[in-house]
Write a protein that binds this ligand. Sequence first.
Ligand code: ZN
Ligand code: ZN
Length: 953
Amino acid sequence: MGVSANFKGLTEDKMPHDLPKAYDPTAIEDQWAGYWVRENLFAVPTPDPAVQSPAGGEPFTILLPPPNVTGRLHMGHMLNQTEMDILTRWRRMSGRLALWVPGTDHAGIATQMMVERQLTEEGTSRQKLGREAFVERVWAWKRHYGGAILEQMKRLGVSVDWSREYFTMDERLSIAVREAFVRLYAQGLIYRGAYIVNWCPRCQTAISDLEVVHQEQKGHLWEIRYPVLGDGGKETGEFITVATTRPETMLGDTAVAIHPEDERYLHLHGKKLRLPLMDREIPIVVDPWVSREFGTGAVKVTPAHDPNDFAIGERHHLPSINVMDDRAHINENGGPYQGLDRYVARKKIVADLEAQGLLGAIKDYTNNVGHCDRCKTVVEPRLSTQWFIKIQPLAEKAIAAVKPDANGNKAIRFTPENYEKIYLNWMEDIHDWCISRQLWWGHRIPAWHCGACHKITVPQPGATGDPATCGHCGSVEITQETDVLDTWFSSGLLPVSVFGWPNITPETRADFDAFYPTSLLVTGFDILFFWVARMIMLGCWFSADIPMPDGSSRGLLDAVPFREVYIHALVRDANREKMSKTKGNVIDPIEIVKQYGTDAVRFTLASMASPGTDIAFNVARTEGYRAFANKIWNAARFIFMNIQRAKESGIVVDPQRIPEPLALVNDGSAPDERWIASRLSATTSTVSKYLEEYRFDLAASAIYQFFWGDFCDWYLEIVKLRVDFATPEKRSETQTLLETLISVFEAALRLLSPFMPFLTEELWHALYEDNPPLNSIAMSRFPSHGGEFLFYDAVWMIVVLQGFVTEVRALRKALAVPENEWVRIQFYPNPEGGGGTWGELVNRPFLYKSLTRVSEIEFVQSPLTGANARSTPQFDVAVVYEKKIDVAAERERLTKDIARYEKGLAAAERQLGNEGFLAKAPAHVVEGLKKQEAETRLLLEKAKAALEALPKE
Ligand SMILES: [Zn+2]
Ligand SMILES: [Zn+2]
């Protein structure tokens, strides 16, 4: 029964195969996108372990890099998803069980910011609401607006399994996050520590180094003079001058450091200073870290506000005085400056120092200032207590997973390969990972502080429910940690958690056994460290304990979260500029899709995507690929029209009963049938090869050339000339002809389907009159192929004949033969070229005569030269036409040809004269080169003779 007839809701009678005259992507894409989702077409249920996996071998599993729940689709997503969809559709059509898992990330900072902004507009704040009500409010926001990006993905038709859609705050995934934390804690790999973090005063949370963007900024270097104290704490009248870009931090200074061998300060070792404005005595410490060459050679030490100073403070047991609150206002430790914003305090401090005569020079200074990646606020390095993962044992495994083992095998392979090195360099220099964030939206850390003994209670691994009493003293006075976990902690667990971890029991482990490790990760470089590295660390760590399905222990090869990583490039604008809101050159993929259709946009991206190359997105190309889709649409209309004509002539051509091209075409078939079957086979083979290598560009180009060049421009033109319903004999020939045509067209649709899923779905259903053998072309098989050299004699024959048609058409143009005029030609088959291929010209002259408007072919016995002739290595051809040719143009052409032949000949001679080359090159290469040399020599002679034969001016 018709699968799509119902959903299209057609009530009027529809002619079989009836397609609207014009290709209108918007008219078809919405319907198919909805159909794929409604039919749950790409759902992969949990496999039954009792049933052996299908013949396709290991499943193809891929995770969508989860977009933020607040996100909107941008061109980077579109490229990422186009690549994943092409690969997943192709693997699925190649017989693998293909599972693509979608989901969204709760995006702690971004989501909290978005909801806080709403609250501000309403005149309230999260603080006024309180934590519980705020979190409820975020959930309400998520239910209403969250995941809009997934709706956009549905419209784009990505072949994901929507039944497995996750959200990183789902209960199931939250259990995994909690279990990961408590296990790492039990293993002694999580600790709390005071640490200098990048603090964002706007987001009011610590952010990781990776979330800080450094920008050069013009500022000042203020010199401040600290009075030296002598015996009894009296000022000696001497000063030490320090320099700083952040004068307000001096409020928290607890020392000044000098180099131990700095001769300028040798006499001050062991002395103290008076910290201006705060009237605090601080020591002078000696530390070899201090650079004698920079500034005055003396540095103020603020352990609570600078990572280097923090290290000096640790070495010299200095107190750390935090002088700022969460909003970067001066706190109670800042004396008279308490309550001032950091920049207001800075001005006042500089003025006060100046008034006291303690301000030295103010110099212009350009430095790199860290900004919050989310809100662009200047981050404040600030001491705070955070939660950390002791990263080393995890990093070791993550390094081993990417480095080749003793046999040269890598558990994870990167494409492009250079990312392996970038990854390893980073991983080898990794610091402990600060996993706490001072947010309300996220996974709250499962640790409880005791009000009585001040110790921390973390539940045991596997325990459910929250503790009611302190695990150390039994007090009930315990409160949960207020910090939440870094968003990347939960997304780093996805490869294990989406397949059921930590609940892996004999009854629940089927998904994990079937789909872990995943096959491939496709992502951008920007999250290589944030996400890819963390998935590798956490995946290897937590899956290592899970035995293999056969009970054996899991080695690193099977503990990794994915076997391959493909890092895709950036999409830039047509001028190769990075897209940015400030530049106003952002291309909205949804807008482009509305204009040209999803298929054309996908094809544009694919046609430019190759490893390591950025894409300069140009709508002119998209327009071109829309025209490509249109060309295929018209080809379909032509085919359907002929099926109808056949029917009217009493011939039954039933697409349901037509086998694959390779089963239909054989050595006895006509040359053009063998040729097109061969071209299809070769294209399929190369497309598969290129997709294995992530050469989307070459794969797209091969399909384009096949469909537009071979199929539409040549094969359909030949078919048009051969279709004939006049006599019973002709009708029978036409039936075979149409059956091959339909068979090849149907296979070509399957070849194109991963790249243009909508167009091919529509035409495929139309071909089968809405009663296709499967409910989607996406569920059919990728065309089979017989390699690149199938029916090679026929290919050669048609290639030579294409050369013939091309040359005659060019000659007609050069001779200015009116388009409608039929001409006579002379033809000289070179006995050394072409051999045997001329049968076609002799046997079916009508084809080639029609394609060139040739009324008569005269075979001649000697080479043809002269202005009306052209030469190829296989033949000479001359158009007999009395009109004068453009001698000047012809002379120019021949002169150019001669130069080209001479150059080619010289190059070939040089190579053939190179003994080193001859010694190393394989015999067939040398043979080929010799043949090429002989051919070029022949062409050169002919061109020279032709030039000679031109009438003199
Ligand atoms: Zn921020
Ligand atoms: Zn306690």
